[in-house]
Design a protein around this ligand. Structure first.
Ligand SMILES: [Zn+2]
Length: 423
């Protein structure tokens, strides 16, 4: 029975390559959210021909949504011959900008040495194509499957997923009883199951000063120097503290098993991007954006308190230190149980297709699973898909053709097991 399913997938090798190339050739660059509608329609039209009921759902009034750049999502569903659970494959259709350093056309979909090249090849149009082909093979091999299968192509994952999965989840599209199991084909490698991700806190800190002539800085108060004092405390206190925190979450790469803090930007004084000479002024404002990634063992309130206590201490000890802090984004860490049905089903598939045991990992950065867990309250969700995470967002991004075919086999087998309730 599995043999027949695997043979169907194998027969679709050329098809999965062509579909990946077609998807890459639609430059769904985010920001601004280019060409979402034609990409959603490519997926929708194809699945409609297979008998799926297809809906286009625009994330109206979500960040970036406009008449020129509509946040067009596609959700396709096919019902089985008898009642049963629903397996959902969710892929984001947006890609990041191409950037510099490419030796091939980033939107050409070139095929070379068993790989498909292009922006989004691994993150995650190759995974999307693999899931579509996996499901099509299953429909051909077992037309009287039970339950239901859904495939969605969603927008804006790279910018937080608010017009995409978060929007659909708020409509109930990622909740029981409609959906039971979710696989997100992000590029985590074909032999790894990603159970979840660390938490995120983004905030903007502003230090204040007072403006004066730059030739007499003692008449003013330099906001950049106040920020320097903050950074100094970060170096001496906060960074050592974060490095000492270790998680039991199997985060990859290993460096991300500690808490981390990235200084995303610091800016004070003369606006950036000017030409010529600045005017001589003492900066009265300095802003820093911090990107704190935290562990499942940590509490968000404590994470914030570590930074707040440094700022409050400076306010009580450093003359004229005045600050403001503003939350920009919060994501709760999430980790699906290793015994969850979708984890066991995909693990069986990896053992059968690749003849090895799966690795269980946690992503250092977050992805759309956060919305499915928090808004949809659905916890049987993982990321599993072809491609090497390190290639994501890089020049000459690629996905291996063998990897797409192998992972499509794993997805098809896992879907069968979940629909039949054997996992
Ligand atoms: Zn991605």
């Amino acid at each position: 029975m599995l043999e027949a399913l695997f043979r169907r997938v194998e027969d679709k090798r050329a098809d999965v390559v062509e579909l990946t190339r077609d998807l890459i050739r639609i430059p769904t660059v985010n920001p601004p959210g280019e060409a979402y509608t034609p990409c959603a329609e490519l997926i929708g039209n194809r699945l409609a021909r297979r008998g799926f009921h297809v809906r286009y759902l625009r994330g109206e009034d979500t960040p970036g949504d406009s008449a020129r750049y509509p946040r067009t999502n596609v959700v396709a569903r096919i019902e089985g011959k008898r009642p049963g659970p629903c397996v959902h494959f969710n892929s984001h259709i947006d890609v990041v900008e191409a950037g510099q350093g490419w030796t091939v056309d980033p939107f050409g979909g070139e095929v070379k040495d068993g790989k498909v090249y292009g922006r989004g090849a691994c993150d995650m149009k190759g995974g999307l194509a693999a899931s579509i082909v996996a499901v099509e093979a299953l429909l051909e091999a077992f037309p009287d499957f039970p339950g239901a299968i859904e495939i969605s192509g969603t927008v804006d994952e790279e910018s937080g997923g608010f017009g995409g999965v978060a929007y659909l989840a708020s409509l109930g599209l990622f909740s029981k009883p409609r959906v039971d199991h979710v696989i997100i084909p992000e590029p985590l490698n074909k032999d790894r199951i990603c159970l979840g991700h660390r938490g995120v806190w983004w905030a903007e800190i502003e230090t204040k000063g007072s403006i004066a002539h730059g030739s007499m800085p003692f008449l003013g108060d330099c906001a950049v120097r106040h920020m320097g004092a903050v950074l100094d405390r970060f170096e001496s206190e906060l960074y050592p503290k974060l490095a000492a925190k270790h998680t039991d979450m199997p985060v990859v790469p290993e460096g991300a098993r500690s808490s981390t803090l990235n200084i995303n930007s610091v800016h004070g004084g003369q606006p950036e991007g000017f030409d010529g000479l600045p005017s001589p002024c003492v900066p009265d404002s300095c802003r820093m954006i911090i990107d704190r990634r935290y562990l499942i063992e940590e509490d968000l309130a404590e994470v914030k308190e570590e930074v707040m206590s440094i700022l409050d201490h400076l306010a009580s000890t450093r003359p004229n230190f005045d600050y403001r802090i503003r939350d920009l984004m919060e994501v709760i860490p999430t980790m699906t149980d290793r015994d969850a049905p979708v984890v066991r089903a995909v693990a069986d598939g990896i053992r059968d297709v690749l003849a090895k045991s799966p690795d269980y990992v946690i992503s250092p950065g977050s992805y759309d699973q956060k919305h499915i867990a928090r808004i949809g309250h659905l916890h049987d969700c993982i990321a599993y898909g072809p491609g090497i995470l390190d290639m994501a967002h890089r020049p000459d991004e690629f996905v291996g053709i063998d990897d797409m075919v192998d992972s499509a086999k794993v997805m098809a087998q896992a879907t069968m097991a979940l629909l039949n309730g054997t996992r």
